[in-house]
Design a protein around this ligand. Structure first.
Ligand code: FE2
Length: 209
C-alpha cells in the first residue's frame, strides 16, 4: 500500500488562466508532482528491502532520494492550495500585520520573495516561512526541493521556480511568471497556515512554561 498519494486539484486545470495555462497545470500536477509521489513510494520500498536484507550500502543515496521526493510532494501539495482562481490581491488581519512587522511592508515582502525566486541557480523554490525560534516570518530560497531549508521553519507560501512551472507559457521570461502569480495567491489559505504554525512555537522551542 503506497504511503503517499497524489492529491486532486481543488479547481480545474484552466482555472488559473490567464496567469497559468491549463496545459501547464495538467502537466505540472499529473506528471511532475505525480513523479515525486511515485519516487517517494518507491524509495520507501527500497528502504524496506534494505532493512529486510540487512544491507545498508545504498543508504546515503536512498536518504537523498527520499528527502528529494517527499519534499517535492510536500511543496507541490502546498503550492496547489496556496493558489485559487478568484484571489484577493493581498493578505489581511494578523498575517498582514506580521508581514508588515517582519518585512516593512507588503510591497517589500513581495519584492524580496520575487527576488528570491528569480535568483535561484538551477531548480528550486521561494518560500514564505514561519521561523519559530525567532517568532518571525522569513523568506527561504529552497534548492531543488530540500536544500537550504531552515530547520523547524514551516513553509506557508511557496513559489515553484522550476522551469516546468512556467516554460511552456512564459519561456525564458520567468520574471513575467513571478509577477503574474501574485494574481492567484490564496491569502486565506496562507493566513490559516500562519495561525496554525504560530501555535507550534512553544512545542518546538521547549518553552512550554
Ligand atoms: Fe513543480
Amino acid at each position: 500500500m503506497p504511503t503517499y498519494k497524489l492529491p486532486d486539484l481543488e479547481y480545474d486545470y484552466g482555472a488559473l488562466e490567464p496567469f497559468i495555462s491549463g496545459r501547464i497545470m495538467e502537466l505540472h500536477h499529473d506528471k511532475h508532482h505525480g513523479a515525486y509521489v511515485k519516487g517517494a513510494n518507491e524509495t520507501l520500498e527500497k528502504l524496506a528491502e534494505a532493512r529486510s536484507q540487512g544491507n545498508f550500502d545504498s543508504i546515503a543515496a536512498l536518504e537523498k532520494k527520499l528527502a528529494f521526493n517527499v519534499s517535492g510532494h510536500v511543496l507541490h501539495s502546498l503550492f496547489w492550495k496556496n493558489m485559487e482562481p478568484k484571489a484577493d490581491d493581498r493578505p489581511t488581519g494578523d498575517l498582514a500585520d506580521a508581514i508588515e512587522k517582519d518585512f516593512g511592508s507588503f510591497e517589500t515582502f513581495r519584492k524580496q520573495m520575487t527576488a528570491a525566486a528569480g535568483s535561484i541557480m538551477g531548480s528550486g523554490w521561494a518560500a514564505l516561512v514561519w521561523e519559530p525560534m525567532g517568532s518571525r516570518l522569513i523568506t527561504s530560497q529552497i534548492y531543488d526541493h530540500q536544500g537550504n531549508v531552515t530547520q523547524a521553519g514551516t513553509p506557508l507560501l511557496v513559489l515553484d521556480a522550476w522551469e516546468h512551472a512556467f516554460y511552456l507559457q512564459y519561456q525564458n521570461r520567468k520574471t513575467e511568471f513571478f509577477d503574474a502569480i501574485w494574481n492567484v495567491w490564496d491569502w486565506k489559505d496562507v493566513a490559516a497556515r500562519f495561525e496554525a504554525a504560530r501555535k507550534t512555537d512553544a512545542v518546538l522551542i521547549g518553552a512550554t512554561d
